[in-house]
Design a protein around this ligand. Sequence first.
Ligand SMILES: NC(=O)c1ccc[n+]([C@@H]2O[C@H](COP(=O)([O-])OP(=O)(O)OC[C@H]3O[C@@H](n4cnc5c(N)ncnc54)[C@H](O)[C@@H]3O)[C@@H](O)[C@H]2O)c1
Length: 255
Amino acid sequence: MKPDLMDKVIIITGAGSGIGRASSLLFAKEGAKIIVANRREEKGNETVELVKDAGGEAFFIQCDVSNEENVKNLIDKTIKKYGRLDGAFNNAGIVGIRKSIIELNSKEFDEVIRTNLFGTFLLVKYQVQQMLKQKSKGSIVNITSVAGLLGRPGRSPYNSSRSGIIALTRTAAIEYIKNGIRINCLAPGVVKTDLFQTSTDGGKTNKIKEYEDAHPIGRVAEPEEVAESALWLLSDKSSFVVGHTLVVDGGYTIL
Ligand SMILES: NC(=O)c1ccc[n+]([C@@H]2O[C@H](COP(=O)([O-])OP(=O)(O)OC[C@H]3O[C@@H](n4cnc5c(N)ncnc54)[C@H](O)[C@@H]3O)[C@@H](O)[C@H]2O)c1
C-alpha cells in the first residue's frame, strides 16, 4: 500500500520536541519530506537527525511563528529547497502563565495570543498564499486543544487562543476549500510532553494523577497518538473533512 504522505512537502512547526517531533518521525515514515520549523535551532536539528537516522528526509528552518518576517522566510526557504508546499501541521505553541483575569497584565495575555493565535494566522496566510500560487491542492492542520472548548480558571490567555484557532480554522476552511485546500484542527487532551512536565511540576506533586483521572480512559496521551490523528487529517484519507475540530482526548470532554 502507498504510504499516506508519499513525496509530500510538509511543514511542521514546533517540531523540536513533543508532538511536533513525534509527527516529524511519523510523517517521514509515511513518505513526506519534512520541514522542521522551530525557534530553538539545537532542538530542531536534533529532530532532523532523528528523522534521518530512521531513513527519512528532513530539513531545519529556524522560525518564530509570531514573527511575520520569520514566517515569510519559512515559506521562501521551503520553496527554494523543494519547489512546492503540500501541507502543514501548525503545532508550535505555549501555555503561558496561570493567573486570574484581574491578575494578568496585558503583556502576559498578549504573549500567548501572539504565539498561538496570531502565529497560526500568519502561518495559514502564507501557506495558503503559496498553495494558491502553485494552483495545487493542500492540507493544513492547526493545533488547538480541549482548552479551546472549555473554560478553566487561570487559563484565559491559553483557552482564548485555542478557541480563536478553532474559529480561524473554520473561517479559513470556508474561504479556501473551493481552491482544494482543506484546513482542519486537532484538539488533544493532555499529552505526555515537556509542556506536560512543566504543568505537572515535573511529577513532584499529585498533579499527574489528577490529569490521568480527568480522562475517562485513565491516562494521558502519548505524543505518537496525537501524531497519528494529525497524519489522518493531513492525508487524503480525510478527503471529505473540512473545517473540523478533531477531538483526541481519551474522553476528557465527555466527562
Ligand atoms: N501537551 C499537552 O498536553 C497539549 C495538549 C493540547 C495541545 N497542546 C499543544 O500542542 C502543541 C505542541 O505541544 P507539546 O505538548 O508537544 O509541547 P512542547 O513544549 O514539547 O512543544 C511546543 C513546541 O513549540 C515550540 N514553540 C513555542 N513557541 C514557538 C514560537 N513562537 N515559534 C516557533 N516554535 C515555538 C517550542 O520550541 C516547542 O518545540 C502546542 O501548541 C501545545 O499548546 C499540547
